[in-house]
Design a protein around this ligand. Sequence first.
Ligand SMILES: *Cc1c(COP(=O)(O)O)cnc(C)c1O
Length: 219
Amino acid sequence: MIEENIKHILKTIPKNVKLVAVSKTKPTNMIEEAYNIGQIDFGENKALEFRDKTEDLDQDIKWHFIGHLQRNKVKYIVPKVFLIHSVDSFRLLKEINKEANKNNKIVNCLLQFCIAKESSKFGFYLEDVETIILEKALEKLKNINIIGVMGMATFTNDKEQVRKEFKNLKSIFDKLKSQYFLNKEDFKEISMGMSGDYKIAIEEGSTIIRVGSSIFGTR
Ligand SMILES: *Cc1c(COP(=O)(O)O)cnc(C)c1O
């Protein structure tokens, strides 16, 4: 099942789009099954589950953190994480920087933007990030490497609404890139698209999709 699902997805997406297999709530043996057929990027959204799974599995998995992260749990994420998709405040970024420094590493991060209609979704607005950049606050965070943006569309069947929101995230990325990160080659990632909407996301410029239920089954 898992093998067929992954192969199916990989067949239908461009080679330059990265598939993160979202393994939240699923047991480690399912992660191993996916790993054994060549999947190396996995995503988790809860700090303690992330800590436990990354301790249990010693394969050279690239671990992505994709959920809302509280500052007091950053310490569980930083040692093993490959990329944090869900940075939604400057205070969180400072905490990640502090832990990264303790761990003697540089942590790759994406800035999560609020693009959905539901106000419950976490994230920055473009103005927030422009302010932080203009205050030169990012440059002080020596153990942070910002490599792009992330967003979640509204949970709806309205495909045009979803497309509009992904277009918005792409335009936020383009603005940041052209105004502030033009010479930063590794600022190039747009993490958008899940099981229900990754095809639209890719049409709108996604470079990383985060797919859970279409690989591992419903939760
Ligand atoms: C759960 C989750 C996903 C994957 O959702 P599916 O619909 O199961 O593919 C992607 N991104 C985030 C942030 C999630 O929490």
